[in-house]
Design a protein around this ligand. Structure first.
Ligand code: THU
Length: 136
């Protein structure tokens, strides 16, 4: 599974998002060492703080299927519907702070793949995105 293919899966997962409040539909695809892919998308809520991000849904999906020690990469794709004069279409979106910490829990070397399209991907480890992540 290469980065472009994983990113494509994240793009397709963005179509599953429930994002009526922001119009920002995020998809994530977590790749495991066994070669399986677990998808996620953001799920918003009327009580905005109850919203869950795509990355946390994808990681939880992988963990619940037995891959807590096997996540190797996560691709993220974000589609903006262009409301409020924002750009419309796919845009680059790095994981938010909470998601960085959530991902770090399952491996400091997990590769994070983001981009606007599959020919312009930015790939960094979660440790680079979250230096000195918290561990209990
Ligand atoms: N969002 C994600 O799904 N992942 C992130 O890393 C950042 C933000 C979602 C949450 C909310 O539904 C929408 O994007 C706008 O913040």
């Amino acid at each position: 599974m290469n980065d472009k293919l994983l990113f494509r899966r994240a793009k397709s997962a963005s179509g599953l998002a429930y994002a009526p409040y922001s119009g920002f539909r995020v998809g994530a695809a977590a790749l495991t060492a066994s070669g399986e892919i677990f998808e996620g998308a953001n799920v918003e809520n009327s009580s905005y703080g109850a919203t869950v991000c795509a990355e946390r849904v994808a990681v939880s999906n992988a963990v619940l299927h037995g891959h807590k020690d096997g996540i190797v990469a996560i691709a993220i794709a974000a589609f903006s519907d262009g409301r409020d004069h924002k750009p419309s279409g796919f845009v680059v979106a790095h994981p938010c702070g909470i998601c960085r910490q959530f991902i770090f829990e399952f491996g400091a070397d997990i590769r994070i793949i983001v981009g606007k399209d599959e020919d312009h991907l930015d790939v960094r480890s979660i440790s680079e995105l979250l230096p000195q992540g918290f561990r209990l």
